[in-house]
Design a protein around this ligand. Structure first.
Ligand code: ISE
Length: 356
């Protein structure tokens, strides 16, 4: 009898189907036994491809006797109930971001897991498994850059649908930078300010794309994030950390460099996050499966997922109001988010009137 981890995958849109493929073909010790999606045809197609069963009710899928662990790639607003059902059954769950869609429900999930006294929830922040991020984190943790003073993040997608408005951009895209910086620096983010500039012509009316997001960290380091999801170019994610003893940069697409007879040189940029982070996703899944079989988790935990929800919520408030928001994520208590006191501003002297 096989002792493979029997997994239910909830939500088999692009990401869920990608994970089912990886779990079936590339990850050792795992077997997808149950598939659920609100689109019955999609569920049947994906399940059929790997010999799994379709279960139309997500909670029944979680409670299915053929299931040892759950992978959530369902819409974020379904996560709170589905995570709670996994905790009730006491089985491991890998949840794609967001953990949940609001601070209160994310905090409730953290508290419920804490009451069980066992970590069962892992959040799918795959960059924590990308070799470049891992190397950078180690360099910083080993003191190779001295104290980190600044971080510059670039996050560009070639194109997205019109549903991708500015708030979605913060919660779906910038959220990766929130987690990456927390992972790299080992610090909480303490403030958020979103700056909206001129929008690209392909952004729908009222959508601010690109934006500059500025965070501060517990030690006072400053983080800048350029978020631009309609560049029309390719997928570009870079991170540079500047410390007291040097700086380090990752995400340079330094793969095959070609020099041609026409005097040009260059390489290829990854077209989407699937190519850029495909290897990281596979490592993440293998480590999750190995951890689940050993009764542990390995990667971002429920608190990390919760912190990301709270910081992005503050980012959305800053986007709406134009104010800088402070975030307090202390001692495992619920996050508090407050706007910075408005400044009086500067009154410029009337130069024209003063001119002789
Ligand atoms: C998407 O959901 C992801 O998770 C990608 O990593 C990110 O680059 C993209 O902006 C998001 O929409």
């Amino acid at each position: 009898m096989s002792d493979d981890l029997r997994i239910a995958v909830l939500g088999v849109g692009m990401m869920g189907a990608f994970h089912v493929d990886a779990l079936s073909k590339r990850v050792r010790g795992a077997k997808v036994t149950v598939v659920n999606d609100f689109l019955a045809d999609k569920a049947a197609e994906v399940a059929g491809g790997v010999g799994a069963r379709v279960e139309s009710d997500p909670i029944a899928a979680i409670n299915d006797p053929d299931v040892d662990a759950v992978l959530l790639a369902s819409p974020g607003d379904a996560h709170a109930e589905q995570l709670s059902a996994c905790l009730d059954r006491g089985i491991p769950v890998l949840s794609e971001k967001p953990l949940t869609t609001d601070i209160a429900s994310a905090y409730a999930v953290v508290q419920k897991e804490r009451a069980l006294g066992k970590q069962l929830i892992q959040v799918g922040f795959m960059r924590r498994f990308d070799p470049e991020y891992v190397a950078l984190q180690k360099l910083i943790a080993d003191g190779g850059l001295g104290s980190p003073l600044m971080v510059h993040c670039t996050h560009r997608n070639p194109a997205v649908g019109d549903h991708f408005n500015s708030e979605y951009q913060i919660r779906d895209s910038v959220v990766h930078e929130v987690d990456s910086v927390r992972f790299l620096l080992g610090q909480e983010l303490t403030s958020v300010e979103v700056i909206k500039g001129a929008a690209t012509g392909s952004a729908p009316h009222g959508t601010h794309d690109p934006m500059l997001v500025i965070f501060e960290t517990e030690s006072g380091a400053i983080v800048t994030v350029e978020t631009f999801v309609r560049t029309g170019v390719a997928y570009e994610v870079r991170t540079e950390v500047i410390g007291e003893k040097g700086s380090a940069l990752i995400g340079l697409d330094q793969n095959l460099q070609v020099k041609s007879t026409n005097g040009r040189w260059g390489g290829a940029i990854t077209p989407s996050f699937v190519e850029r982070f495909g290897h990281a996703y596979d490592i993440e899944l293998q480590r999750w499966v190995d951890g689940a079989r050993a009764g542990t988790i390995d990667g971002a935990n429920a608190w990390d997922g919760y912190a990301a929800v709270a910081v992005c919520e503050a980012g959305v408030l800053s986007l709406r109001s134009g104010a800088k928001f402070h975030v307090h994520l202390a001692g495992g208590t619920v996050a508090s988010i407050e706007p910075e006191e408005p400044h009086a501003g500067i009154q410029a002297p009337d130069l024209e009137g003063a001119w002789p």
